[in-house]
Design a protein around this ligand. Structure first.
Ligand SMILES: *Cc1c(COP(=O)(O)O)cnc(C)c1O
Length: 323
């Protein structure tokens, strides 16, 4: 963090692609706004911070992130208020989290002048891309990866940080059907489950695919040791309402500390709704379902928002129509 002040070069696009937004509904994550922020880290310094037209980047086939996975990301959103002014939701929390993920993968921290100030400039420039119709918002995707041209296994000396953004509609347009996976594990204590590491998602795809083949939208992960305690969904954190209490797995180092989760728990506490962060065995959910004390289940995440869960499949049984 040798350069606390942002030296930002801005090159605006010659031809906006904003017309691409005229489709309805907006497909999730496929149309990108006009500009992107790019910053490079090398020789111990952040340099060449620029906002340029969105487009392909040059990479060597020896780019180390492609071989050994030193790659992390973030997910956040920009909205417009009723005066049409752009708003970011808790970007400081995403900045803090990307640096925690970076530390886990031996990557240098990203200074606030780049992550926050650079992001604000980018969103100001592309604010026409923030949709202001029913539930659509601008999804912001910062990515950060190793770019040493080397197949030697060691932390890279050079990195690229990029922010792109895309207007999105709802991620789940219907209540979500989840199935508990007993075959695969997402994270172990001491592993990378609490970091937004690209490889975590690659490792989860097969469980997701098998869930979809069975007619579910996604999986519920259990802990890796007992295969009994609920962790999360892999794109969102989970909460259950049992006997009027909002219960959610506590952060043990294997679950991603969602900013949406934190916001929901804070609001519940402010509103006087009882909240418990603790271990939740899947048998407890089954029992509460049969006793009728499980009245609600929902997911929490930036992309998924608050997603109502309509079905939980476990050991061949479907717990359905949780209200
Ligand atoms: C990003 C993410 C979440 C949700 O976090 P938010 O900050 O609320 O968007 C939950 N679980 C995993 C594994 C994630 O990657």
């Amino acid at each position: 963090m040798n350069n606390p002040h942002l030296h930002l070069r801005i090159e605006t696009t010659k031809k906006s692609r904003i017309k691409e937004l005229d489709t309805e509904p907006i497909p999730f994550g496929k149309i990108f706004s006009d500009h992107m922020l790019v910053a490079n880290y090398s020789q111990g310094n952040w340099q060449d911070v620029q906002i340029i037209p969105y487009g392909p980047i040059d990479l060597s086939p020896a780019t180390s992130a492609l071989h050994y996975g030193q790659a992390i990301f973030e997910g956040m959103k920009a909205y417009k208020n009723s005066n049409g002014e752009p708003l970011l939701f808790r970007p400081d929390a995403n900045h803090q989290r990307i640096n925690q993920s970076a530390e886990r993968l031996c990557m240098p921290a990203i200074p606030e002048s780049i992550f926050i100030d650079g992001l604000k400039e980018l969103i100001k420039l592309d604010d026409d891309w923030i949709p202001n119709k029913n539930g659509s918002v601008l999804y912001i995707r910062p990515i950060y990866f190793a770019v040493d041209e080397s197949v030697g296994l060691k932390p890279s000396d050079s990195y690229k940080f990029i922010i792109i953004s895309c207007p999105v509609g709802a991620y789940y347009s219907h209540p979500v059907k989840l199935i508990v996976t007993e075959k695969y594990v997402r994270a172990f204590e001491g592993g990378t489950g609490a970091a937004k590491v690209a490889g975590n998602y690659a490792a989860s795809l097969i469980a997701d695919r098998e869930a979809k083949e069975k007619g579910y939208d996604n999986v519920i992960w259990l802990d890796g040791i007992h295969r009994r305690y609920i962790e999360e969904c892999g794109t969102m954190n989970l909460a259950f309402v049992i006997d009027g209490v909002v219960v959610t797995p506590k952060l043990t180092g294997t679950i991603l500390a969602g900013i949406t989760r934190d916001s929901v728990l804070t609001l519940c506490r402010d509103w006087g709704i009882p909240v418990e962060e603790r271990a939740i065995a899947i048998d407890e959910i089954v029992q509460a379902y049969h006793q009728g004390t499980l009245t609600e289940a929902f997911g929490m995440g930036t992309a998924a928002t608050i997603a109502h869960i309509s079905t939980i499949g476990y050991q061949g049984e479907d717990m359905i129509y949780l209200r």
